[in-house]
Design a protein around this ligand. Sequence first.
Ligand code: ACO
Length: 326
Amino acid sequence: MKSLKIVGTGVSLPSRVLTNADLERMVDTSDRWITERTGIKERRIADEGVSTSDLCADALRSACDDAGLSPGDLDAIIVGTSTTDTLFPSTACWVQGKLGLHGPAAFDVSAGCSGFLYGLELAGALITSGSAQRVGVVGGEVMSKVVNWEDRSTCVLFGDGAGAAVVTAGVGGSGVLASNWGADGTLASILYQPAGGTKRPATHQTIDEHAHTVHMEGNTVFKHAVVAMSTAAISAMERAAITADDVDLFIPHQANMRIMEVARERVGVPREKMMVVLHKYGNMSAATIPVALHEARREGRVQDGSTLVLTAFGTGFTWGASVLRW
Ligand code: ACO
């Protein structure tokens, strides 16, 4: 078992709500289509001046409060995000600056929707190796700024938000019982933001082509997500020597209710043990798992000794799963 315990969680969700009815007035879509195909009813949208680091800093501050720590007690800050404030420096450095900190290591993990679980895996490695004692792991996104609001096939899916966890060395029987992570870069172009990096720097043409927004083959993502999320979870559960009956709460990445349902069925966990926040917040990419975890704790669905299975899939493609004993 990796010596890692989550001692505090926090979230930051913009107050502005965009409903399916609002989207009906923006693109050729309907509440019925969005609800049936995705399970999403509404999502949060950040104000114009708000960037990913604002949400991440708020969420991490709350997670530190929850842990009874100050942000200055952290040895490292890891931010999982695809919607960085700037190409450089990292969003984690902007977060660190906003928290008024000097010194702790700060870096981003670019693993799309798997970013929070990748961050958790790295935090476990830092703590186990003795490099850090307390690590802030954040998943945060302002997806609304990289979505093409004229493309109905993508703009209805995403939302903005951040979730954070403070992790320390585990005590007693708590910790990460098992985990796994992986990637398949041969499928990178199935879901990506084509322009803005060195591959295709920003030009007037890239702006005109909406090449700075999410480009996605939805059906292909769907098929890979179902298989990868369930396979990662099952393999982590086997390594942890637990069965579906031992799982108290299943927290999948919240991208699409149909993906989550099929993954849940393949893992063998009953519906009432799956945490769902998708209907309220849409797909917040790296933020969905820490936000769902925080809400589960607030609702009393996570107790000392609870066994949680977290699983994610995202651009890259990347995937990851962790079995936690709370
Ligand atoms: N409103 C109304 N109709 C729409 C909309 C919309 N918002 N979007 C697409 N349609 C239409 C299409 O044009 C198409 O019409 P046609 O049959 O006349 O050509 C029809 O609906 C069906 O389109 P499909 O793309 O086949 O619909 P599908 O059932 O596959 O659902 C969806 C699309 C929701 C995107 C699904 O493929 C999906 O969820 N994929 C996963 C993508 C994802 O979650 N990505 C997030 C990032 S990665 C991650 O988080 C895992």
